[in-house]
Design a protein around this ligand. Structure first.
Ligand code: C2O
Ligand code: CU
Length: 475
């Protein structure tokens, strides 16, 4: 079953909250894992002894509760909207769910109105590190605090002493500790997006007071999630080696990384052997040019090491079974990106009508185009960027003609990054979000095997709101 905006506009689609049961659920091989998520208003203290900050979030905290499932679980998440006067809808970033469960207002479902409940039901097809967040006014709802980790464990997890999840984000605070409510400014839309002035790690101020206590000799699997609406993190852990074992939840051959790059929406799992001396302290840093600063402090407890010698390279994470794209028989498509404050002039179409840069920026609050057209969010969007047939093998060349980096995210599918600037890549990682550097071209290959209309957008959420958002239809 596919729903499109025309159905919504005609009012002929399924009523809000009453979703068809995905076919797989009828069999219910594994037990249904039920979980309630309440979207609501809350206050949270971000720094020891500091003032309370106002948030919108899930189940009374930021980040929302960590949802943890086994691979193959039948999941039932009841999202109730307890926000006052604000519609929402929740998307499961990276999960290959049936289209009707994807959480995109006016594309896959009606918004959840205050007081309503929407039942999301799907099977966890892939293991990995994922997350959830609204797709309704996401440039505002996400930085206001609506996000959380969603972990699907492998059948046989890699051996580590402990697992730690870090949800990274930021918040823009005024002197009173309250959030500055300047969401959706053209200045942010047309530049790097709306950056906060305080970085958060698991909902607390990042920095020297955000402590990871470890025991010498410990091996930890650290699941990193960038839930910020615009900030790019480049993580370093001086004195320690981070072995990446998964990108966007998908296994990679373990490899040491000096810097872990995380664009908005992206995840990296690293394994770290903490081999420094008991009682010592170390820093975790963000070295991105815009946000340089300390994220956390690693504090070694004063206990005897649990092992003297470091373990060998970490094990390989159990890979998921994903449909393998065949580049030789693939259809080629191109998407050109233009715009931004320092970019080429944006002259093209808005909602089907020709327009110019002045109008786009000031009246329409749009600053970016994809294939020379700009679209508003969900409700007003018109045609998909691409129509694909189910089972098509596709190579999508993204051509970034802007002076900005863009983390491009595709829903419902994973793709391999097969080329950069026309050069074939040796490690063709699976990803659901790829960080395109300024003026770079990136080739993605995937099999369009999931029916429906899927969002393809920049995960700098202000850019998405400002035109870098479209859909790819698989029919
Ligand atoms: Cu993480 Cu379309 O979103
Ligand atoms: Cu962007």
């Amino acid at each position: 079953m596919t729903l499109n905006r025309r159905d919504f506009l005609k009012g002929s689609a399924a009523a809000a909250g009453i979703a068809a049961l995905p076919a797989g659920l009828a069999r219910a091989a594994s037990p249904v894992r039920e979980f309630p998520l309440h979207a609501g208003h809350l206050e949270q203290v971000l720094t020891e002894g500091g003032p309370k900050t106002d948030f919108w979030g899930f189940n009374g905290r930021v980040p929302g509760p960590e949802l943890r499932f086994a691979k193959g679980d039948q999941v039932h998440i009841a999202v109730s909207n307890e926000l006052v006067g604000i519609d929402t809808a929740v998307h499961w970033h990276g999960l290959r769910v049936p289209n009707a469960m994807d959480g995109v207002p006016f594309v896959t479902q009606y918004p959840i109105k205050p007081g309503e409940v929407f039942h999301y039901q799907f099977e966890t097809r892939d293991s990995g590190t994922f997350w959830y967040h609204p797709h309704q006014m996401s440039f505002e709802q996400v930085p206001r605090g609506m996000y959380g980790a969603l972990i699907v464990e492998e059948e046989k997890p890699i051996e580590v002493d402990r697992e730690v999840v870090w949800v990274l984000s930021d918040v823009r605070l005024g002197d009173n500790g309250r959030q500055v409510e300047d969401f959706g400014r053209v200045l942010d839309i047309a530049n790097d997006g709306r950056l906060g002035n305080m970085v958060l790690l698991n909902g607390k101020q990042a920095g020297n007071d955000n402590v990871l206590a470890v025991r010498s000799g410990e091996r930890i699997r650290l699941r990193l999630i960038n839930a910020a609406s615009a900030r790019i993190f480049r993580l370093q852990m001086p004195g320690h080696t981070m072995h990446a074992v998964a990108f966007d939840g998908q296994a990679v051959t373990p490899r040491p990384l000096e810097t872990v790059d995380l664009g908005p929406g992206m995840r990296v799992d690293v394994v770290v052997d903490f081999m420094a001396k008991p009682g010592t302290e170390h820093k975790v840093e963000d070295v991105d040019r815009r946000s340089r600063g300390q994220l956390a402090r690693v504090s070694y407890l004063d206990f005897d090491p649990i092992r003297e010698k470091p373990l060998g390279a970490p094990m390989q994470v159990q890979p998921n079974v994903l449909p393998e794209p065949d580049v030789a028989k693939a259809i080629d498509h191109y998407i050109v990106f233009q715009g931004g404050m320092r970019g080429a002039p944006v002259i093209g179409m808005i909602d089907g009508k020709p327009t110019n840069i002045q109008e786009i920026m000031e009246k329409e609050k749009l600053a970016w185009t994809m294939n020379f057209t700009a679209q508003h969010e969900h409700a007003l969007m018109h045609e998909p960027l691409l129509y694909l047939r189910k089972g098509d093998h596709v190579v999508l060349r993204l051509i970034n003609e802007t002076d900005f980096a863009h983390p491009m995210h595709l829903h419902g599918h994973f793709f391999r990054v097969v080329g950069i600037d026309g050069r074939p890549q040796t490690d063709q990682y699976w990803r659901d979000t790829v960080l395109m550097a300024p003026r770079q071209s990136v080739d993605l290959a995937f099999v369009a095997d999931n029916l429906g209309e899927w969002m393809f957008h920049c995960h700098i959420l202000d850019h998405a709101a400002g035109g870098m958002m479209g859909t790819i239809a698989v029919e």
